[in-house]
Design a protein. Structure first.
Length: 288
């Protein structure tokens, strides 16, 4: 693995990533590559890095990175969770992979987890250079009708806070997107499993204005590429995953349910990650 820097040209921001490479890489050859993105608010060293490392073991070039406004990447105010920006970041990651002489630009895939499982699903519709997409416990369907609204403030309050901050008369306001009271999430994010330098559970409050109008199934009606969704039998996000999957009109799609697994089990725990990786590698092998 090596640290890399590349630019989100639309925002003119430098993004910092980790590039995972197959053992004994031969730079005279061309390899398939995967952009790997993680849960909402995540930094690159969290769950996505586990999958990137495993994909590199299977012969893929795998890129994880801190999105704009997160981790080591540029952008201010920090911790803005904006779907349009996530899309730009994925495009920038594809730009970077295409620039590498040992990447086969005709064999680039996307893999997203949790919130970015949904962002990456949308990227499969909008980014032509992604040839196939896999999503692990994609959690965003229609946020306005989901439990995620429990994290939101009243819309009028958010709009007033945004206007006050931008006019210089108010402070930055944040939402608590991963409270310790959410026991399953806390068991990952507030322990050695997932707590990493640079991670915070706070997100800029006005992010909700974009998130609550982000209807993923409506976008997925235009999906034409091979698509894989992986969820857990007991995942709280399973209904959203099903909605996203059902919206895709093509036949070349697969939904894999891992027995007994919960949402966060698929971030890092054996044997669930092993099963997910096997399914992903098989699907990419058939479609990439």
């Amino acid at each position: 693995m090596k640290k890399v820097t590349f630019k989100n040209t639309k925002l003119d921001l430098n993004l910092v990533g980790n590039l995972y490479l197959p053992e004994n890489l031969d730079e005279t050859k061309k390899y398939p590559a995967v952009v790997v993105t993680g849960p909402m608010l995540s930094v690159k060293e969290q769950a996505q890095s586990i999958y990137a490392a495993r994909l590199a073991e299977k012969g893929y070039i795998a890129l994880v990175f801190d999105g704009a406004y997160y981790g080591e990447s540029e952008g201010f105010p920090r911790s803005q969770e904006l779907p349009e920006v996530k899309q730009m970041d994925i495009e920038a990651a594809v730009d970077f992979l295409e620039s590498l002489p040992y990447v086969d630009s005709n064999r680039i895939a996307g893999l997203g987890m949790c919130g970015s499982g949904s962002y990456m699903s949308v990227a499969g519709v909008k980014e032509e250079r992604l040839k196939t997409v896999a999503a692990i416990v994609p959690a965003i369907s229609d946020i306005s009708a989901s439990p995620m609204t429990n994290f939101f403030m009243l819309e009028d309050e958010v709009k007033k806070a945004k206007e006050a901050y931008e006019s210089g008369t108010g402070k930055l306001v944040h939402l608590d997107f991963m409270p310790r009271a959410f026991e399953e999430g806390a068991a990952y994010y507030y322990t050695a499993r997932g707590n990493r330098r640079g991670w915070t559970n706070k997100v800029v409050a006005w992010s909700q204005l974009d998130l609550q109008t982000y209807n993923v199934p409506n976008i997925m009606k235009n999906m034409t590429k091979p698509y894989l969704a992986i969820t857990g039998e007991n995942a709280w996000s399973r209904p959203a995953t099903q909605e996203v999957f059902d919206a895709i009109p093509t036949e070349n799609k697969k939904l894999h349910v891992i027995a007994e697994a919960s949402h966060f089990d698929l971030y890092d725990l054996y044997p669930y990650v092993d099963e997910a990786v096997e399914v992903i590698v098989e699907f990419f092998g058939e479609n990439l």
